[in-house]
Ligand binder design. Structure first.
Ligand code: FAD
Length: 395
């Protein structure tokens, strides 16, 4: 007897949690579950700013997928999705025959949003995955190595575009890395420039003002320069050109200014807003009852009809919920509506400093940094229990 085929695209927070949920809920003969991901590993996106700055090795931000799922229950396919064919109910892959599905879960994450800024895609770096952060680190170190021969200030100038969550966490990490990097390349620390450029009128838009002030004061005390209300108009091989025409020469430009949904979703014909799908209460794509979307590819609105920001916290909760709902659906039961329960947000400012809100309490400094580490450990626990926490976690 044939069983329903569930295909999950992407082993990020949303996809992996859905797979883990199905693995727990379903018996062997109830469904055929296949997880597709382009790498053999899951990368812990929320830690990517660390290897991007070089404060930790990129292996600390990834886990083998086979080590966190039960491959007797979930078929894992390492391949790149090239197209989603909704009418044919199939997914096209780079290196294999198309995969047929009865139920599809899209968790393909995001892509950089460039807002049409000229030259950004060609000349800036992006904190996206293990490959991209390895390149940022290598590039930055090579620029520092060249400095002694060429003595050009731009070689040791780093522009970070965007002062949202990712931008601020990355700048915090750079601040931690600089003393060691400067020692290694015999460069006086005060010569290095880290410039954080933001178009919005504030750093960390949407965050509590008191916490934002703490973050800015701390980072400025470490030499970070903030250019707020300052849109970047163009990114060139030499640096960035700001609105009004001023040029900042910088050999390293890292763009963190926003994300949009994975373009495969747009290309599939599902209705999207900036590449993201406004899902219904069961996380389904409009018009496609058998297609579910989780994580950064989805868009969930709050009671005031404002979209929640794309976060790992959202993706995780969606995946956990969808795993249960899909199991119910397959057994002929009823799905439950998804309700996001924000638990708080903590932004790191390097290893020992952070700001955050958990429940209705605000935290700064060492306590916030500790909470951030607990949040990271929780993700490991959800994926692989205590043994994974002991193997991979660090406080
Ligand atoms: P992802 O985790 O991005 O996973 C998508 C998966 O799909 C990846 O494995 C990718 O390889 C795979 N994939 C993509 N395209 C293809 C393809 N064509 N074929 C096959 N596989 C494909 N959120 C928080 O809640 N808290 C934080 O502290 C936080 N910090 C962050 C710090 C940084 C530096 C960054 C960049 C993000 C941070 N976020 C944070 C946001 C969070 O990481 C994302 O919202 C989250 O990763 C989204 O999960 P996802 O499952 O949608 O996608």
């Amino acid at each position: 007897m044939s069983v329903p085929k569930i295909v999950i695209l992407g082993a990020g927070y949303g996809g992996l949690m859905t797979a883990k949920g199905l693995q727990k809920e379903l018996n062997h003969n109830e469904a055929e579950v296949t997880l597709v991901n382009q790498h053999s590993y899951h990368y812990i996106t929320t830690k990517l700013h660390e290897p991007a700055a070089g404060t930790s090795h990129h292996d600390h931000a990834r886990l083998s997928i086979a080590s966190v799922i039960n491959t007797n229950k979930i078929n894992f396919i390492q391949d790149r999705v090239t197209a989603i064919k909704l009418n044919e109910k199939e997914v096209h892959l780079e290196n294999r025959e198309p995969l047929k599905y009865d139920y599809l879960v899209i968790g393909l994450g995001s892509a950089p949003e460039t807002f049409g800024i000229k030259g950004l895609l060609e000349n800036a770096f992006f904190i996206r995955n293990i490959d991209s952060v390895r390149m940022i680190r290598e590039h930055m170190e090579y620029m520092f190595a060249r400095y002694q021969n060429e003595k050009k200030e731009e070689l040791i100038t780093i522009v970070v575009g965007g002062a949202g969550f990712t931008g601020i966490e990355y700048v915090g990490e750079l601040v931690d890395r600089m003393p060691e990097l400067c020692r290694e390349y015999d460069i006086p620390l005060e010569k290095v420039r880290i410039i954080n450029v933001e178009a919005a009128p504030t750093v960390l838009p949407g965050f509590d003002k008191e916490l934002v002030d703490y973050a800015v004061k701390y980072l400025e005390s470490k030499g970070v320069e903030f250019l707020i209300s300052t849109p970047i108009e163009e990114c060139t091989e030499k640096g960035v050109i700001l609105k009004g025409g001023k040029e900042i020469k910088a050999a390293t430009v890292v763009w963190t200014g926003g994300v949009r949904g994975n373009k495969l979703v747009e290309e599939s014909g599902i209705e999207t807003m900036r590449g993201r799908v406004k899902v219904d209460e069961y996380l389904r794509a409009p018009g496609y009852d058998h297609v579910f979307v989780v994580g950064d590819s989805s868009l969930v609105f709050n009671e005031e009809e404002r979209p929640y920001p794309p976060t790992a916290q959202m993706a995780t909760q969606q995946g956990q919920h969808l795993g249960k709902n899909l199991a119910a659906l397959i057994r002929g039961g009823e799905m439950k509506p998804f309700k996001y329960m924000p638990k708080g947000t903590v932004a790191s400012l390097g290893r020992k400093e952070a700001i955050g809100v958990v429940g209705d309490k605000k935290y700064v400094g060492g306590m916030a940094a500790f909470l951030k580490k607990v949040i990271d450990l929780r993700w490991l626990f959800l994926l692989g229990g205590v043994s994974l926490v002991l193997r991979k976690g660090k406080l």
